[in-house]
Write a protein that binds this ligand. Structure first.
Ligand code: GLU
Ligand code: ZN
Length: 306
């Protein structure tokens, strides 16, 4: 069994990152498996090199260790090979649509807009996908339905080509998309078990469709609850940068924070200080609630998760 935690190094670690890391790590450790840290740094515009170091420091501070660290940008040759393989199947096409072309059409399961595959009949230029500079490159998926229930019982079945639309595999800025890179890397790193936040669940069917095109095995999936934050008005959003790690670390020891996260995840009865290691023996998904939780922080009360 090989698991992985795959944070994007586009922002600082926060309680939601640490919770996701803890759950992926525990899932592997409790089953005697290995677990990799993959730093997803393909988004040249948003990635800053110090964020990769910051992420590793934050995870080590919490008490998590890894059987290997993979830097995603170093896997670029494998990503190019995958694009070549899709091109050889005649699956790639340039998408000349603008964002405005998509707005107001059909909602996708992830809350964004579905792409209606308008450009499917466009051909790649003579130089192939490498010669596409001003447009996204998409992959034409089979129109089949993907039947998929994750290990937590979440039904992720979709017809991704219709429900989400053909995915972008290479952005107009030349960056290989998350959807393609995650499939190639999970395959290359022989990942058997993917544990990640429920916000990504709607992408899973698209990823499975790409795995099938590329001849990559489908891992087991499990999508866990999210930490939310109060956003505008009464709305809640996925926790982002509103609880910065330095403030958290100034207020809580690593063991205290681990206890708070473990308690929120149903792993312990009280939010008492503990280490990730101490949670391994009694870790069970049956205890982890499905419901998203709201995280708040102030210097006086510290982190609270309700
Ligand atoms: N880098 C992605 C994220 O942080 C990883 C998603 C995944 O685990 O597949 O959202
Ligand atoms: Zn298009």
């Amino acid at each position: 069994m090989i698991g992985r935690f795959a944070p994007s190094t586009t922002g600082e670690a926060h309680p939601g990152t640490l919770l996701a890391a803890l759950l992926a790590w525990l899932d592997a450790r409790a089953r005697g498996g290995r677990v990799l840290l993959r730093l997803e740094d393909l988004d040249r515009e948003r990635v800053r090199p110090q964020l990769a170091t910051h992420m590793q420091d934050a995870l080590a501070w919490l008490g998590l260790d890894w059987d290997g660290v993979v830097v995603q940008s170093e896997c670029a040759p494998a990503h190019a090979d995958a694009l070549d393989a899709l091109a050889a199947q005649g699956r790639l096409y340039p998408c000349t649509c603008s964002r405005a072309d998509r707005a107001g059409r059909r909602r996708a399961p992830d809350g964004g807009w579905a792409y209606d595959n308008t450009c499917r009949d466009r051909a790649l230029p003579p130089g192939g996908w490498r010669a596409v500079t001003a447009h996204h490159v998409r992959a034409r998926l089979p129109d089949d339905r993907v039947e998929l229930v994750d290990d937590g019982g979440l039904d992720l079945s979709q017809t991704p080509a219709r429900d989400m639309g053909d995915p972008i595999v290479r952005r107009r800025d030349g960056v290989v998309s998350y959807q393609l890179a995650v499939v190639v890397d999970d395959g290359a790193q022989a990942i058997t078990d993917v544990v990640r936040g429920r916000d990504i669940a709607p992408s899973t069917a698209t990823q499975v469709a790409l795995q099938r095109l590329l001849g990559v095995a489908t891992p087991r999936y499990r999508h866990h609850f999210l930490l939310l934050e109060a956003a505008r008005g009464d709305k809640l959003a996925k926790l982002h940068g509103s609880i910065p790690l330095p403030a958290l670390r100034a207020r809580h020891s690593a063991d205290e924070l681990c206890g708070l996260l473990a308690h929120a995840a149903g792993l312990v009865d009280a939010p008492a200080p503990c280490t990730p290691r101490s949670l391994v023996a009694r870790f069970a998904w049956a205890n982890v609630p499905a419901r998203d939780r709201v995280a708040r922080f102030d210097a006086e009360r510290g982190l609270t998760i309700e």
